[in-house]
Design a protein around this ligand. Structure first.
Ligand code: NDP
Length: 290
């Protein structure tokens, strides 16, 4: 077996995949989960199910947490806080940057080190060399335990000492993931209302999504330079276009929540007198809440 043993607390789909990845690499693994039966397959493979959270924390210096959110972490670890001294908590539960910062302070108060993690792949990506995770918090702890972190995902990206940064980078991805996927559901609902299936529009949806990185790159430099000149697109053109989207969807009897929110943002830009500027000027509008 590999020399360094680890504890994994939280055995949802992600935690189970992490524990399995450690076993695959020959690490001894101690487990704890609120619902003990979720450990059965891993115990059959040689992992040890600790009798208590206390025992799970005491078993190893490095403790991986994979819980629904930070509230679940406090619910579990607060009653066992005396066992936190000297532990390195690698927290792969997702939550907000502010909660990650608070948790780092809370861990320090109990003599533990908190490394915030943000995993960018689903359970099937755990243990894969191409998968990656954002980390932030003490660089020394990250460096010391890097080989363990690389078992979870082959690529690891330390963003900085601020414990909120990994959570921020995770959330930046989620901001795009959830709205992008909803835009895909929206297109499917519109297609279905017109007698088409998801499979029918898949090639076109894929081509549309694949065109986006070109737009990201084109606008990034301009936005950083505060350059919103309407030389290739004008907000007024965009406002007319999103209005066609809204009406196409409404005419089909499909839910308009999402396109109505989009047209409202374009309208605010028009009201602010940005009609001749690029629709990238909406970034400036979004930066301040209405
Ligand atoms: P789940 O929500 O399915 O599992 C979370 C674990 O948290 C379970 O072990 C559950 O215990 C435990 N838990 C939740 N609430 C409590 C509580 N109050 N007290 C004690 N234990 C609690 O999550 P996943 O495994 O899917 O994901 C784990 C984390 O990874 C989440 O933060 C998620 O956002 C993030 N993530 C998930 C991805 C995915 O594709 N699934 C991708 C990237 C990140 P029990 O088994 O007893 O219910």
């Amino acid at each position: 077996t590999n020399s360094q043993s680890v504890t994994v607390i939280g055995l949802g789909p992600m935690g189970q995949a992490m524990a399995a990845a450690f076993l695959d690499r020959g690490h001894a693994v101690t487990l704890w989960n609120r619902t003990p039966s979720r450990a059965d397959d891993l115990v059959a493979r040689g992992a040890v199910l600790a009798p208590s959270v206390d025992a799970a924390l005491s078993a190893n210096e490095v403790v991986f947490l994979s819980l629904t959110d930070y509230t679940a972490m406090y619910a579990l670890l607060e009653p066992a806080a005396d066992a936190l001294r000297g532990r390195v908590l690698v927290n792969l539960s997702s939550d907000t940057p502010e909660r990650a910062r608070a948790a780092a302070g809370w861990a320090a108060d109990h003599g533990a080190v908190h490394l915030t993690g943000g995993i960018t792949v689903p359970p099937s990506g755990i243990g894969k060399p191409e998968s990656s995770t954002f980390y932030s918090g003490p660089r020394a702890a990250f460096d010391a335990h890097r080989p363990l972190l690389e078992v979870v995902t082959g690529r690891v990206d330390h963003r900085g000492e601020d414990p909120g940064l990994a959570a921020l980078f995770y959330q930046l991805g989620m901001v795009m993931f959830w709205t992008s996927m909803l835009s895909y559901w929206q297109a499917i609902a519109l297609a279905q209302a017109n007698g088409l299936t998801a499979a029918d529009i898949l090639p076109h949806a894929t081509e549309t999504a694949n065109s986006l990185p070109g737009f990201f790159a084109f606008y990034a430099d301009r936005i950083d330079a505060g350059h919103h000149v309407g030389d290739v697109d004008r907000l007024a053109m965009g406002a007319a276009s999103v209005d066609h989207v809204l009406h196409t969807i409404a005419d089909a009897g499909v839910d308009t929540t999402l396109p109505a929110a989009v047209t409202a943002l374009f309208q605010r830009g028009m009201d602010a007198g940005r009609d001749g500027d690029s629709f990238s000027s909406l970034v400036e509008l979004m930066r301040k809440s209405s």
